[in-house]
Design a protein around this ligand. Structure first.
Ligand code: ZN
Length: 87
């Protein structure tokens, strides 16, 4: 089951949004889960227990952890490396 919710996860819900989209992106975690419709951008808050029941499948796992790791690399060393290549 889908119980490890992360910001940035894209999930497929059992019922479509009125706009026709089944896919939502997780934008807020807490007692209530905040999700944003990937088609029309509308945000909805719902209790975590209800959210879990409504989710049919995890479409795309958030990669924010990997992005954070990449961003943490020292930019100075990369720039220095490029200078060496260019000369
Ligand atoms: Zn929508």
């Amino acid at each position: 089951m889908y119980d490890e919710i992360r910001i940035g996860d894209v999930v497929r819900m059992r019922k479509p949004h009125p706009c026709g989209s089944f896919q939502w992106e997780v934008v807020r975690l807490g007692a209530d889960i905040g999700i944003r419709c990937t088609r029309c951008g509308r945000r909805v808050l719902m209790p975590r227990s209800r959210f879990i029941r409504q989710v049919k499948a995890l479409v795309q796992r958030s990669t924010s952890a990997e992005e954070a790791a990449t961003a943490a690399l020292p930019h100075d060393s990369r720039a220095a490396h490029d200078d060496i290549k260019n000369t």
